[in-house]
Design a protein around this ligand. Sequence first.
Ligand code: ZN
Length: 175
Amino acid sequence: MSILKVARMGHPVLRHRGRPLEPVDLRSPQLQKLIDDMIDTMREYSGVGLAAPQVHESLRLFVALLAEEPDDGTAATVIVNPEIVPNTDGRKDGWEGCLSIPDIRGLVPRFEDITVKALDRDGRPIELRLKGFPARVVQHEADHLDGVLFFDRMPSMQSLTFLEEYSRYHVDADE
Ligand code: ZN
């Protein structure tokens, strides 16, 4: 397995719409290796999610740690061709960062309660109901598959902060 190079904001691949995958595509050893490498890369850089366009692959695929408080022991979930349906109207602000936009945080409104329909890494249909932080992670990663970055979702840039200042001034104001 390998650690992959992460595309940073400005690389055109981050602005392309990813191609859907067929279940037969997921039988290829190359694609299974890509998934394993994406999981390793996400963990290497302490991310909670990583989408294929972030590693220069324009595909509708991401990996994520979908626990309320993810840590090293959280198993990675593989999501292919996601469709997101919100279960509530209300969006809630929360802090986000992105491995493609290093050391920056910003407040982004997201649906608090969603249902995700997708395929798993073996091409089997899955359906997940997610609330709170895991729901936020999935909306952020699914946006990457449409070429959308979290800056695009911010109604105001006022909350943009460097990681050091985030830790100093905002980490307790997260609630
Ligand atoms: Zn991101």
